[in-house]
Design a protein around this ligand. Structure first.
Ligand code: ATP
Ligand code: MG
Length: 664
């Protein structure tokens, strides 16, 4: 078997071979990035099929994403002797797809998955109905519920939340009502797939046993990012199985979603006879890249030290780019991509651009849309300009230059303190009857007290004036002025509309200002946005129909976990993005139900952000480009402290307390 692998260019090292052969009993593989964890799992599955002659349906391979599952299947098919039929008969998929199969099998009617909008709407209605003392944002409640489910405090209609520190009684009551509503209407959330599976296993012992007899070899990739619920599901399914879990605690980046790497570290206590294997040679990246990864992650205090070794002689280097601004950064990256492909050394699909958040890549994304460079992106979201936080601002701008736009006016009524009834009965009718614009009609409203009329006339004049200033100024005007402050408007609940966290609003609006900066007039800016939205639709259509050429990959670091590319370009390696200010700012991130001390929470958040940086740089098979623009959103930007730490060997992170000190 191993000789046959060598025939296809796969020379497993001693530790890897040991891991492949240890198929009886429990196995833990704890190893660094690119050391062959996923490779070992794939070879292990092939070994079971070809050497141990295990029927494919007895083998379960659990991956973190669907993309990873597909990649694993492809890698398996490429091993000589493994047939397509075998791969299809194996159980391969994500935690959630496996859970869904088990859960839905015992249901007569398939429940429907709730959309984010639907969830937020139902929760805001319930909060209102139940008149809770405190106003909870639906987003906060949803995060709380996910936390309770991921940690198995809530399974089905059972609530064992007594030990949850600081869980407020009225929040709990709202959530219980929300759960009841879902049951009555046969609706579920994402987290319910796992808890639903656990419930099913408990309720149907014969079914559970049948599953346990079938799933005799269970393997789990990226085990450092499992949560308690996923752990419990695997524990139950694997009672009679040989269980093999692999992971790298340094790449745990889903803590914010309830994942807990200590589950992985506890594995040897749980299975005292288990085999523990470490792999310490990085086969993926050249020495310089591995060295950078090691130098970044070394600064995390809460970790088990492990240094990755490298194979000598692999070509490739980390390179650093300093552009003048995010705009310039996008231009440089586009030029770099073109040059790499024109040199003949790389094709577009060899290249991936990684970033911390979608808005970091907005400029590049738009430049790519308007260029001939093929690219793929997994996000099926609206464009930046269609986001709920952004669209209303643009509607102000649109109404100022297109005073006849009904759609623009109708979406910003609450900001103008105009009720929908008044709009429909009066403004709309007046505008049509008198042949005047909506903007003028606002100024002509009858039957109002004088002060209100004056106020509305002022609003109309103000709106008209926006058309004459630059789009950047116009956005600032709207933010400061609209209905007593747009930022405040978004942060509160209006018309049952979705609410947003303050910091997300601020972040998005700063990015919008950045987008507006290079346009002289409002109409120019709006035309540009229309073009982008139209191009996005075309691109999405081509991508759906798969006629688009395989292209450059654009994805977040979170989505790139476990993947690798010959060329990796990391955008926005600056303070505030890496680490991201939203994640590490202690005041803004108020997880109110957990009484963790602020400094502990801050420390944990910084370390998770550092692990993200580690994941980002360790994706490169050859060339790694890390880009730190000098200006970001109109302000000078500092190089990411994680890079500075790697270069100097000293800590470059200032805790909130130190920052306060310095200010004073
Ligand atoms: P990550 O932590 O990022 O998930 P990993 O530990 O799962 O990484 P793999 O993706 O399995 O690592 O392997 C990284 C790269 O090294 C792959 O391209 C793989 O083909 C290659 N590789 C792994 N082991 C060997 C080996 N023994 N000989 C040659 N190449 C190898
Ligand atoms: Mg892997």
């Amino acid at each position: 078997f191993f000789r046959a692998l060598e025939g296809s260019g796969m020379y497993l090292n001693e530790a890897q071979i040991a891991a492949v052969r240890a198929v009886d009993g429990q196995v833990l593989i704890n190893a660094g990035a690119g050391s062959g964890k996923t490779t070992v799992l794939t070879c292990r599955a092939a070994y079971l099929l070809l050497v141990r002659r295990v029927p494919p349906e007895n083998i379960v391979l659990v991956t973190f994403t669907r993309q990873a599952a597909r990649q694993m299947q492809e890698r398996l098919r490429s091993i000589a002797g493994v047939t397509d039929g075998m791969v299809r008969r194996m159980i391969t998929g994500t935690f959630h797809s496996l859970a869904r199969t088990i859960y839905f099998h015992k249901l007569t009617e398939q429940p429907r998955m709730m959309s984010q909008k639907q969830k937020e709407y139902v929760l805001s209605q319930l909060t209102k109905e139940m008149a809770t003392g405190e106003q909870y944002e639906p987003e906060t409640l949803l995060a709380l519920l996910a936390y309770l489910k991921n940690n198995l405090y809530v399974v089905g209609s059972e609530w064992n939340t007594r030990d949850v520190d600081g869980l407020k009684e009225d929040a709990r009551r709202v959530l219980m009502r929300y759960e009841a509503y879902k049951r009555e209407n046969n609706l579920i959330d994402y987290e319910d797939l796992i808890t639903g599976c656990i419930e099913t296993l408990a309720a149907h012992p014969t079914y559970r046993e049948a599953l346990q007899r079938r799933m005799t070899y269970i393997m789990v990739d990226e085990y450092q990012d499992t949560n308690i619920a996923q752990y419990e599901m695997i524990r139950q399914l694997s009672e009679r199985a040989s269980l093999c879990v692999v992971g790298d605690p340094d790449q745990a980046i889903y803590g914010w979603r309830g994942a807990d790497p200590s589950i992985m570290l506890r594995f040897p206590q749980e299975y005292p006879n288990c085999t523990c294997i470490t792999l310490d040679i990085n086969y993926r990246s050249p020495a310089g890249v591995v060295g950078l990864g090691n130098a970044v992650i070394r600064h995390n205090e809460d970790r088990f030290e492990k240094e990755l070794k490298v194979l000598p002689g692999a070509p490739g280097l980390p390179m650093y780019m300093t552009a003048r601004s995010a705009e310039h950064e996008a231009e440089c990256v586009l030029a770099l991509i073109t040059r790499l492909v024109e040199s003949g050394e790389y094709a577009y699909p060899d290249i991936a651009v990684l970033y911390r958040t979608h808005s970091t890549a907005r400029t590049l994304y738009e430049k790519l849309l308007l260029s001939d460079v093929p690219f793929t992106t997994h996000r099926d979201e609206p464009t930046f300009y269609e986001r709920g936080t952004i669209r209303p601002v643009l509607d102000f701008l649109r109404l100022s230059v297109e005073p006849y736009s009904e759609q623009a006016l109708s979406s910003i009524l609450p900001c103008l303190y105009i009720s929908r009834a008044r709009y429909e009965k009066e403004i709309h009718v007046t505008a049509i009857q008198q042949g005047i614009s909506y903007l003028e009609a606002i100024g002509h409203l009858e039957g109002l007290p004088a002060y209100q009329k004056r106020k509305l006339q002022e609003r109309a004049t103000w709106l008209a004036s926006i058309a004459r200033i630059s789009p950047l100024q116009a956005i600032k005007e709207v933010r400061n002025d609209a209905g007593g402050g747009y930022d405040r408007f978004l942060g509160s609940e209006q018309d049952g509309a979705v609410t947003y966290h303050k910091e997300i609003i601020r972040d998005d609006l700063l990015e919008l200002e950045e987008a507006a900066r290079r346009f002289a007039t409002v109409p120019e800016f709006l035309t540009y946005i229309d073009t982008i939205v139209a191009e996005k639709e075309l691109h999405r259509k081509r991508q759906r129909e798969q006629v688009a050429l395989a292209g450059v990959t654009l994805q977040t670091v979170h989505a790139a976990k476990g993947l690798e590319y010959p060329v990796v370009i990391v955008l926005g390696a600056i303070d505030g993005v890496m680490p991201h200010s939203i994640a590490v700012d202690p005041d803004e991130k108020a997880d109110f139900w957990l009484h963790k001390k602020t400094d502990v929470r801050w420390q944990e958040a910084v370390e998770e952000e550092r692990r993200l940086a580690y994941v980002a740089v360790t994706r490169a098979k050859r060339d790694l480009y890390v880009s730190s623009p000098l200006y970001f959103r109109g302000r000078p930007a500092a190089t990411s402290p994680f890079l500075l730490e790697a270069f100097t060997g000293r800590s470059h992170i200032a805790s909130p307390a130190t920052k306060e000190e310095t200010k004073r």
